[in-house]
Write a protein that binds this ligand. Structure first.
Ligand SMILES: O=C(O)COP(=O)(O)O
Length: 233
């Protein structure tokens, strides 16, 4: 196991972690499916397909290979619709805003985002929410060749934040997030209120899981205290 350091940065996953974006993802995907003559899918089915970026999402929903030419068309329709409708249904996840405030108030602490969501829709959503300036690093889908669970996007976020990976806390609701954290040698916090199941998250091996984000500042604060840090790992 990698040694860990007192956290100086917290990096959030976006979909299902900071944001409950399922309504807009479902609407955009079903628009793409219907426009190409396919059947729409129920929200609870689509939510389980999210996490590996738009190519995987579109291919899984249409049951076609990721490299099929029809997948490119679905992605185009999905992204075009999403860019026009970034916040029709999207809401902050429980405790997200308060947690951003609480962490921002800590000394020697920076915040980032590491998402598999496409760069175009990530930018539109963050801008529409007016929070793009709150994060010292935003690494989105396509910024690195590999996506989560590969370590590359999280290592890039850590570099942009000026933190050693061992001093970064990765927070996410997907097993991609936890495995990415393990691969990058960061702390890993699983959020159970997102798109994945608590069982799947725990299976991926986070340091801790939380019901929702409101518990996060207290945990990060404890990891910054030398006496408790050792015991927890
Ligand atoms: O939109 C996706 O496929 C995943 O996005 P996330 O990495 O923010 O969960």
């Amino acid at each position: 196991m990698n040694p860990v350091l007192p956290p100086t940065a917290v990096v959030f996953d976006l979909d299902g972690t900071l944001l409950d974006s399922r309504g807009d993802i479902v609407a955009a995907l079903n628009h793409a499916l219907l426009t190409t003559g396919r059947n729409p899918q129920p929200a609870q089915v689509i939510v389980r397909l999210v996490g590996d970026g738009p190519r995987a999402l579109c291919a899984r929903a249409a049951k076609i290979p990721e490299d099929a030419p029809e997948t490119d068309e679905l992605i185009r329709l999905f992204l075009d619709y999403y860019r026009e409708h970034p916040l029709d249904f999207t809401r902050w996840a429980k405790g997200a805003l308060e947690t951003i405030e609480a962490l921002s108030a800590m000394e020697n602490m920076s915040l980032g985002i590491c998402t598999n969501k496409h760069r175009a829709t990530t930018d539109v959503v963050l801008r529409a929410l007016g929070i793009e300036d709150r994060f010292g690093a935003v690494v989105a889908g396509g910024d690195t060749k590999e996506r989560k669970p590969d370590a590359a996007p999280l290592l890039l976020a850590a570099k942009q934040l000026g933190s050693m990976p061992a001093a970064v806390v990765m927070v996410g609701d997907g097993i991609q997030d936890i495995l990415c954290a393990r691969n990058a040698g960061t702390w890993a916090v699983g959020v159970e209120s997102g798109f994945s199941t608590a069982e799947a998250l725990i299976q991926a091996g986070p340091d801790v899981t939380v019901r929702d984000l409101s518990m996060l500042p207290g945990i990060v604060q404890r990891w910054r205290e030398p006496t408790t840090r050792i015991k927890l790992r």
